[in-house]
Design a protein around this ligand. Structure first.
Ligand code: FES
Length: 91
């Protein structure tokens, strides 16, 4: 997954390895998470205007760091270990 042009304060969903990931650039480092909603497994979408991860299935919303903002999800998005190789995210 190419993250070389992911600006500070922005997020992006994509695929890295065999995982659907949600990546947020907090300005100093990247936060890389499994993009699977912890409620029932739908894929979240980046909401650029609110800087949140929103689930289209039942309305859960997560802060940019993956912590829960609005349920029904109760658990945060799961963090994933990663590395950056030539501007690409690898998990
Ligand atoms: S699967 Fe995301 S809110 Fe239900």
């Amino acid at each position: 997954m190419d993250i070389s042009n992911l600006a500070a304060g922005q997020g992006r969903t994509g695929v890295a390895g065999s995982k659907n990931v949600a990546v947020y650039n907090d300005g100093g480092s990247l936060i890389v998470m499994d993009n699977t909603c912890t409620h029932m497994g739908c894929q979240t979408e980046w909401n650029a205007s609110a800087a949140t991860w929103d689930c289209p299935c039942h309305g859960s919303r997560y802060h940019n760091d993956g912590s829960v903002m609005v349920g029904p999800a109760e658990a945060p998005l799961r963090r994933i270990k990663f590395s950056i190789v030539d501007g690409r995210l690898e998990v």
